[in-house]
Design a binder for this molecule. Structure first.
Ligand code: PMP
Length: 360
């Protein structure tokens, strides 16, 4: 049987060439005779690994020396807290746009450290759209504006411009960084867990622009102080070396596959194919407004929920794995990150059509 296709939202599919390189190079990192996990992080080879990963990531994203890329522990969830600890000043607030489950969590966590104001929310529509820009009310006291540019659970993606926002813009790009070209210059700080489009759990990427004013709250642990991490090149303590190595292999795969513009064309085609198949069917339905449909996470429901169990078991028997939707929204979800090919998506569509035809 061919290798299964993993549509999991994260930890997600890795490109097979990356898995093969990991296997080949695991026991002997850079000709040293020992594995990447066994080196001191002060070893010149590991210091170079971090430097090269930072520079490759920045070059793929089209950003230069005005940004630092940090490789930090704690997942994107820790960033929900680390961000206000570092950016929220006395008398100021964080301004949050709520477009789904992940931005809900971000604002809740901020409230533990200071004042957080919701500028708009699409909760009333069950997070099937992004509130129109004209409805956002950003308070004068806000010292940053936060949004999640791809809501992994609700399948809602931001495609607009934030260039008119005058305060620093911060984005959780966990589930679509490197999936398409983003106007990176509009963002002062970006964070993303690695385990979707970028590698394996254990490292979180934080991009910080040099003009961002950072004044950590006095109680901020030194490990969580962005300035301290920048000064120590992400090595305030023993860093997650193995996931950074996997990240570098994934970045090299993206570069060798044509870079982010090639990912973007492919991802757009994949998403169009899948949404078209859903829209044309009378069994499947995606509830998200067309302009906000995520290219990475495609949730859909079966009109007849009694067929859900059969759908999932038949899919799994064919090697189409992890299509069950998040428990909070139900139904199905296909996560079609960079490592999922157009052929993989076509196989899913073929299965969905066949299931619709035969399961009535
Ligand atoms: N933000 C988004 C958009 C996510 O999809 C996730 C994970 N699914 C998180 C934050 C939390 O990430 P982690 O598990 O790495 O803390």
């Amino acid at each position: 049987m061919p290798r299964p296709i993993n549509f999991c939202s994260g930890p997600a599919a890795l490109p097979v060439p990356v898995l093969q390189r990991m296997q080949t190079e695991l026991a002997d990192f850079a000709g040293s005779g020992i594995s990447v996990m066994e080196h001191s992080h002060r070893d010149a080879r590991i210091v170079s690994l971090f430097e090269e990963t930072e520079s490759l990531l920045k070059s793929l994203l089209g950003i230069g020396s005005e940004y630092r890329a940090l490789f930090l522990p704690g997942g994107a969830t820790l960033q929900f807290a680390q961000l206000p600890m570092n950016l929220l000043r006395a008398g100021a607030c964080g301004a949050y746009l709520t477009t789904g489950a992940w931005s809900e969590k971000a604002i809740k966590e901020c409230q533990r450290y200071g004042d957080a104001v919701e500028v708009a929310s699409s909760k009333a529509s069950s997070y099937t759209e992004i509130p129109p820009r004209s409805d956002w009310r950003i308070p004068d006291s806000a010292c940053y504006f936060h949004l999640c540019t791809n809501e992994t659970i609700h399948g809602v993606e931001w495609f607009g411009s934030l260039a008119d926002i005058e305060i620093p813009v911060v984005a959780d790009m966990s589930s679509h960084l490197l999936s398409r070209q983003m106007p990176m210059q509009e963002f002062s700080l970006v964070y993303a867990g690695a385990q979707k489009n970028l590698g394996t759990a254990g490292v979180t990427i934080v991009l910080i622009r040099d003009d961002l004013a950072i004044e950590p709250q006095a109680s901020t642990p030194s490990l969580l102080n962005y300035t301290n991490q920048m000064a120590n090149d992400s090595m305030v303590n023993t860093p997650p070396v193995f996931p950074v190595w996997v990240l570098k292999l994934v970045l090299e795969w993206v570069r060798d596959s044509g870079g982010v513009s090639a990912m973007e064309s492919r991802n757009q085609r994949k998403a169009e194919m899948l949404y078209a198949a859903i829209d044309q069917s009378s069994l499947y339905q995606n509830p998200v407004a067309t302009s906000a449909r995520s290219w990475m996470n495609v949730p859909f429901v079966l009109h007849d929920a009694k067929r859900d169990v059969a759908f999932l078991s038949q899919a799994e028997a064919l090697g189409l794995l992890n299509l069950k939707g998040h428990r909070s929204v139900g139904g199905m979800r296909a996560s079609i990150y960079n490592a999922i090919s157009e052929d993989d998506v076509q196989m899913l569509i073929d299965f969905m059509r066949e299931f619709e035809r035969t399961s009535a």
